[in-house]
Design a protein around this ligand. Structure first.
Ligand code: NAD
Ligand code: UFG
Length: 346
């Protein structure tokens, strides 16, 4: 029988792509999502790609009683991938309690349930935001964790600490924290992709929405940084490549290959790309000129960060394979597909 994996936040952006990769590798997937930042239609997209509609339970993981009932229903879960969280850096500075409540309580409830129902493995969505502005680039897993620059970033630091302490106290439990750099792009089928609600905060959806005419102009937040072209540098990683790393992490734990009960991996390409280079990539793959202007810096932005993914390359046997243009093209195809489905959107 196939191993059953619980994917929390599985109708969200990274969760849905990971559900596809798990199903394609023969896993049985059950999703919990409260649809606070995703749409139920995502299940149609997953089914269109894989031919399988994953089991789905709609509720808030902060609801302990409901989570308990869920674990009573699904008694054969072998591992958990925990994506469900609030994730907007800017919003977290406005609504810190919402971020601390949701991101910390959901993880603690899950861990309680896992201990009670003897589910031994968890993969956790962490972020390169835990490094802040690193002193040394590219950044390795050994880089010091600096004080968080936002409540969101702080929740990721605290969640990692909760995992470390809980695993230490419970021999039967193991965890892998994956520190993502900047996930972008969509499934090549264009059946699923990133679906920001309202005006996007992130660069790539803003670029593609501007390209398609939904937004008049992209604001480039500052060109006076200490970088070659003056704009910020990030490590943009293809979401399908990222999803595949989760499957490898799950298999690593199921097959007892972990080197420790708590492991951490950077997931990035190892390549730093500036905002202007992202615009050039879009113009290349779409054949369109992008309307943009340079504006002031966005508060809280890190100047430049990119990964040293050597540890993940060697230990997981995983590499981010897709090129930037390929990934940008997938985002553009998804934007066009979605616009056709929802021409009324604003
Ligand atoms: P997303 O918002 O698309 O997906 C998260 C999903 O979790 C959503 O579908 C939302 O409805 C659900 N959710 C949130 N709180 C919940 C709760 N209490 N109970 C049930 N469902 C809940 O976000 P994403 O981009 O797919 O991110 C997934 C994870 O990866 C998050 O933990 C995020 O912090 C982390 N991460 C994301 C990025 C990024 O740039 N996208 C970078 C680093 C880390
Ligand atoms: N940018 C613009 N204009 C925009 C949007 C973004 O110039 O309209 C610039 C930003 O200033 C930054 C770069 O594009 O230099 C990337 O910005 P994003 O908002 O796309 O991504 P961030 O690096 O700020 O943060 C993202 C996620 C976080 C996550 C982090 C690291 O939003 O949740 O990557 O994984 F923690």
């Amino acid at each position: 029988m196939a191993d059953r994996i619980l994917v929390t936040g599985g109708t969200g952006y990274i969760g849905s792509h990971t559900a596809v990769e798990l199903i394609q590798k023969g896993f049985e997937v059950v999703i919990i999502d409260n649809l606070s930042n995703s749409y139920i239609d995502t299940l149609d997209g997953i089914e269109a790609i894989t031919g399988v509609r994953p089991a789905f339970a709609q509720f808030d993981i902060c609801d302990r009683a409901r989570l308990q009932a869920f674990f009573e229903q699904y008694t054969d879960i072998r591992a958990v991938i925990h994506f469900a969280a609030c994730k907007a850096v800017g919003e977290s500075t406005q609504k810190p309690l919402m971020y601390y409540r949701n991101n910390l309580n959901s993880l603690m409830n899950l861990l309680d349930g896992m201990l009670q129902y003897h589910i031994p493995y968890i993969v956790f969505s962490s972020s390169c935001t835990v490094y802040g502005q690193p002193d040394v680039l590219p950044v390795t897993e050994q880089a010091p964790i600096k004080p968080a620059t936002s409540p969101y970033g702080n929740t990721k630091q605290i969640c990692e600490a909760i995992l470390r302490d809980t695993v230490k106290a419970n021999e039967g439990l193991a965890a892998i924290a994956l520190r993502y750099f900047n996930p972008i792009g969509a499934h090549p089928s264009a059946c699923i992709g990133e679906l920001p609600i309202g005006v996007p905060n992130n660069l790539v959806p803003f670029i593609t929405q501007t390209g398609i005419g939904l937004r008049p102009c992209l604001n480039v937040f500052g060109n006076d940084y200490n970088t070659p072209d003056g704009t910020n540098i990030r490590d943009y990683i293809n979401v399908v490549d990222l999803a595949k790393a989760h499957v490898i992490a799950i298999e690593r734990m199921l097959r007892h290959k972990s080197k420790a009960n708590f492991e951490i991996f950077n997931l990035g390409t190892g390549r730093g790309v500036s905002v202007l280079e992202m615009i050039q990539s879009f113009e290349r793959v779409s054949g369109r000129k992008l309307n943009y202007k340079i504006t002031g810096r966005r508060p809280g932005d890190t100047e430049q960060v990119w990964a040293d993914p050597t540890y993940a390359n060697q230990e997981l046997g995983w590499t981010a394979e897709s090129s930037l243009d390929e990934t940008m093209l997938s985002a553009w195809k998804w934007e066009q597909h979605y616009q056709q489905l929802h021409p009324e959107r604003k």
